[in-house]
Write a protein of this length. Structure first.
Length: 237
């Protein structure tokens, strides 16, 4: 016989929830707590209590969109399934169904969404507002989305179409047919690899240096990895 030890979850974040299962809040808290150190290590910061958030959990994805609107955030794109809002220091989620269909989020898949938003929240506290290519690039760099690697990304997606212009990635992120996140990931990977993590963290502190870094960045990043990983001439228009 073994003893059953029931561990109470101690909440460090504040929860404002209208979802159906109380234990889903505990699950979200566990995901946030267990991933936190990895994110803090990346940004090389210590936790002095400044990285605790207001966590909203809605019952469905529609309730999330509706709830955000009621709280004054009405520009949620329809592909969005969670978000971080610096205005009220909140992370906003919904509770996925226990038996989702293939087009819906499962609780297992959603774990990574929680992690992804936590990266945004911590980066937001440290640096304030930054361009989307940079915040999405860092979140994708850390969250494991591109675990198949850069060569796969280049072969299967990036090298099959023209490189988008940098100004689109700066001013119209996510608004085009191509996947802006692919390029965000490539650009941030390139910067971290060529600058080193320490200098990368310094360079992204100011708007001015970010502007400098972003000059022709997408082409530089794609060319760099093609040169490094594939070594072929890519014919471009
Ligand atoms: Zn994101």
């Amino acid at each position: 016989m073994c003893d059953i030890i029931i561990m109470d979850v101690i909440f460090v974040n504040k929860y404002i929830c209208t979802n159906r299962n109380k234990n889903y809040q505990e699950e979200v808290e566990k995901i946030l707590v267990s991933n936190k150190q990895e994110i803090l290590d990346f940004f090389n910061v210590e936790d002095n209590g400044q990285f605790n958030f207001n966590i909203y959990i809605y019952d469905t994805i529609d309730d999330l969109a509706c709830g955000m609107k009621n709280r004054g955030f009405d520009s949620m794109p329809d592909y969005m399934c969670a978000c971080y809002k610096d205005e009220d220091n909140s992370l906003n989620f919904f509770e996925p169904k226990d038996n989702p269909n293939e087009n819906e989020w499962s609780k297992e898949e959603y774990k990574n969404v929680v992690f992804h938003e936590e990266i945004h929240a911590i980066q937001g506290i440290i640096y304030g507002r930054q361009p989307e290519w940079l915040t999405e690039g860092v979140a994708k760099y850390l969250d494991g989305t591109y675990s198949k690697g850069l060569k796969y990304l280049l072969d299967e997606y990036v090298n099959k179409i023209d490189i988008p212009p940098m100004h689109e990635l700066i001013y119209e992120f996510g608004m085009h047919e191509y996947d802006s996140y692919d390029y965000a990931y490539l650009m941030v990977s390139y910067l971290i690899e060529t600058l080193g993590n320490d200098d990368f963290l310094i360079e992204i502190k100011s708007e001015e240096t970010i502007k400098k870094l972003s000059e022709d960045l997408v082409t530089k990043a794609v060319d760099y990895y093609n040169e490094k990983l594939i070594n072929i001439d890519i014919k471009r228009r």
